[in-house]
Ligand binder design. Structure first.
Ligand code: ATP
Ligand code: MG
Length: 457
């Protein structure tokens, strides 16, 4: 490929020698005699190299380099200068030149440098192209879905993985915030270290501080020995702060300081430790609203939210439903020990049309349940029980009197049964004997309840 040069010099004899030399070498050359003319000729993205004489009558080196760099980040700029023109070479590099050569110089010397610069530029451009192609092919491990919006999520994961920037993952409950956070960690250079996670909403606020930062022996009653906090554990790794919107206001200034300074102090200790960690946060709330309502500090919000990844709800990516169903059937059929081949067309259609308020988590639970219930090789419409807990209005409690008291009690008891049985089945990998033991009921009662509760709905 022929490389395109623009030469800007006021020195006529230098210009002549350059043209003669480079014309022989089969380059495409344009020339200008002043800064003003040079800028007129300069087309962003067109030239591979700008050979710029800094001794120009109408412009300073700073002005012209700045203007060129603002328009074109990729063009190679080689400055030609006499010893007295510039005060500091490092200033020129700061402005964006790639190389400089002191006048007078031997053409061969200039040619050698230019050649290297051009080779380097080509390699870099090739790399960028390769990366672009890769990112369209690459899907982070464990993530299922080919929808356009999920592909955008994958692309963001790849873009942020190798930079230690703070990422805030936003999405409704069950959309996959944690699996995305894991995927960022396992695509990053920290992947050989374990992934650490804490759910800020699940830990009482008094305990959260010591969980995060650790404590010194004697810091409070019960602190009988020194303890590391999660930030320390996550040294050289990634710490995932889930439900960050739940972190108490009181604790927010401390977290902000830790993030800014990357220094951690255990509770009750004055010593600070330098810790290299990466933080990823997630929320199912709208954190900006929390900031507006003064429940979340604005400075902390901006610190955490350098990049936001929004995971769309499942109903916004219905194309992914069949793929996810397939994935979860494969995942669970062996542990449930049933030879399920798939889902029937009618049942699939119902799944595609359903609104999935609990998103992928609800779909995953649904498939586990359906595998247990179905008597066929393919999940049938009659095996479908969408998660009634997700229904917005609860007729039992929102409309007392709508059904008679006795029936309401029975329904409430069924609801408790259903929730406990589902939970126990999951915990025991669907082993019915163990489930019955866990619930402290007989296998017979369990069998009867499963039949009654899960097959009539
Ligand atoms: N794209 C996906 N591919 C495969 N599995 C997924 C995907 N998204 C979510 N899951 C699975 O769905 C379940 C819920 O995902 P996850 O825990 O990451 O969601 P979440 O947004 O953190 O939920 P919550 O708000 O309830 O904490 C997990 O078992 C996860 O493995
Ligand atoms: Mg989660």
């Amino acid at each position: 490929m022929i490389s395109r040069f623009l030469i800007i010099t006021h020195d006529a004899s230098l210009q002549k020698s350059l043209i003669e030399f480079f014309n022989n070498k089969n380059y495409d050359i344009q020339t200008a005699c002043s800064g003003k003319d040079g800028l007129k000729l300069f087309i962003p993205g067109h030239y591979d190299l700008l050979l710029l004489d800094l001794d120009l009558p109408d412009t300073t080196p700073r002005q012209i380099i700045k203007k060129i760099r603002n328009q074109d980040q990729a063009v190679i700029i080689v400055a030609m200068t006499s010893a007295g023109t510039i005060q500091s070479v490092s200033d020129l590099f700061d402005l964006g030149i790639n190389h400089y050569i002191l006048k007078p110089f031997a053409m061969e010397e200039l040619f050698f440098s230019i050649n290297n610069l051009l080779i380097n530029k080509n390699v870099q451009e090739e790399n960028i192209k390769l990366k672009k192609n890769l990112s369209t092919l690459y899907k982070p491990a464990g993530l299922i879905g080919e929808s356009k919006c999920m592909k955008e999520v994958y692309e963001q994961i790849i873009q942020v993985a190798h930079h230690d920037i703070s990422v805030l993952i936003q999405g409704e409950s069950g959309t996959g915030k944690e699996i995305v956070a894991r995927s960022i960690h396992f695509s990053s250079s920290r992947k050989d270290k374990p992934f650490y996670a804490i759910n800020c909403g699940a830990i009482p606020s008094e305990l959260l501080e010591s969980e995060m930062f650790g404590y010194k022996k004697g810091a409070f009653t019960g602190a009988i020995e020194d303890r590391k906090g999660l930030f320390e554990e996550a040294s050289d790794s990634t710490l995932f702060l889930d439900e960050i919107g739940e972190i108490p206001l009181k604790l927010q200034p401390k977290l902000l300081r830790v993030l800014q300074e990357k220094k951690v102090k255990r509770v009750g200790d004055n010593r600070e430790m330098d810790i290299d960690f990466r933080v990823i946060t997630a929320t199912s709330k709208n954190l900006k609203d929390e900031v507006d309502s003064k429940l979340f500090r604005e400075d902390l919000f901006y610190r955490l939210n350098v990049i936001t990844i929004n995971i769309p709800p499942l109903k916004a990516r219905r194309d992914d439903i069949p793929l996810l169903i397939d994935h979860f059937i494969k995942k669970y059929k062996s542990s449930i020990k049933k030879n399920i081949k798939g889902i029937s067309k009618e049942a699939l259609q119902q799944c595609i049309e359903y609104s999935w308020p609990g998103n992928v988590r609800e779909l995953e639970n649904f498939i586990q349940r359906a595998i247990v219930l179905t008597k066929k090789e393919y999940i049938q419409p009659e095996d479908i029980i969408f998660d009634i807990r997700q229904k917005k209005k609860d007729i039992l409690f929102d409309d007392p009197g709508k059904i008679n008291y006795k029936d309401a009690l029975k329904k409430a008891a069924d609801k408790v049964d259903r929730a406990y049985i589902q939970d126990a089945l999951q915990k025991t990998d669907h082993n019915k004997l163990k489930t019955a033991k866990l619930l402290n009921i007989s296998p017979r009662t369990l069998h009867y309840k499963i039949k009654e509760l899960f097959q009539d709905h």
